[in-house]
Design a protein around this ligand. Structure first.
Ligand code: B12
Length: 214
């Protein structure tokens, strides 16, 4: 199978939520030297975008979206060790979480993989994280930066609620706050008083490094 065919089969497997085929494709991709980033950015992520469109137009429903997410996650778990760079210098500590009410974590996990690959120690608080958990994690770990992930327009107000809670608790000033996720924009980030925004994991790494160095 050519690399192009492999990426196509992987794409279809994620769209159909066929976890076994996704895993097989990623494994054989890794064996035959296909770059992990290529599998992620040229196949698995576009596949999930397609899933989002199919859901939006009512061609698939929640269960299908769920199995697609699981197939993606299984593939991502396999590429993760290949992206981590053990030799990278320690770049800083990053606390990351998906905000309250929201359980989307694939985009957040991808950010974590990229941050770790670039020398960050990541403390992942998981999904549906209430503001007080962010406050506690910042007090405990004194991170250089904090990331808030949101994927629903209905949970976006939680970004501001969380930032306000950090200010209220007196932990906001010692750290940089970044926000992101599908519906989040630079404009929204500015409005709610975040230090930074990034549309994807690669830009996040660049942005957080710039913010820490500033
Ligand atoms: C998979 C998926 C699910 C899975 C989630 C599985 C999981 N473990 O994450 C399941 C099935 C559970 C799910 C549930 C729901 N979902 Co959903 N889901 C999706 C889907 C198809 C893909 C999301 C995804 O993972 N994308 C892949 C990643 C890689 O996305 P990405 O945006 O490129 O990620 C990058 C950036 O966002 C950024 N980033 C991410 N986090 C952060 C954080 C920081 C700090 C920074 C700087 C950057 C950053 O970097 C990432 C990596 O490059 C989207 C469609 C879409 N287009 O987004 C819908 C979508 C987000 N879901 C949607 C909906 C409506 C729901 C439900 C409400 C459905 C329902 N009726 O119950 C529930 C909500 C449950 C809840 N309370 O959260 C809607 C949201 C609409 C809206 N405007 O609010 C979408 C857009 C689908 C649609 N087109 O209608 N969903």
């Amino acid at each position: 199978m050519s690399n192009e065919e492999l990426l196509d089969v992987l794409y279809d497997a994620v769209v159909r939520g066929d976890r076994d085929t996704a895993v097989t494709q990623v494994k054989s991709g890794l064996e035959s030297g296909v770059a992990p980033m290529t599998m992620l950015f040229d196949s698995m992520i576009p596949a999930l975008e397609e899933v989002g469109s199919l859901f939006e137009t009512g061609e698939i429903f929640l269960p299908e979206m769920l199995v697609a997410g699981r197939a993606m996650q299984a593939g991502m778990d396999l590429v993760r060790p290949h992206l981590a760079d053990e030799t990278a210098a320690h770049a800083g500590t990053f606390v990351m979480g998906t905000i309250a009410g929201d359980i989307h974590d694939i985009g957040k996990n991808l950010c974590n993989v990229m941050l770790e690959g670039n020398g960050f120690k990541v403390i992942d608080l998981g999904i549906n994280v209430p503001p007080e958990e962010f406050v506690a994690a910042i007090s405990e770990h004194k991170p250089d930066a904090v990331g808030l992930s949101a994927f629903l327009t209905t949970t976006m107000p939680e970004l501001k609620t969380t930032i306000d809670a950090l200010i209220e608790a007196g932990v906001r000033d010692g750290t940089k706050i970044l926000v992101g996720g599908a519906p989040v924009t630079q404009e929204h980030a500015d409005e709610i008083g975040a230090d930074g925004y990034a549309p994807n994991a690669a830009v996040l790494v660049r942005t957080v490094k710039e913010l820490i160095a500033a």
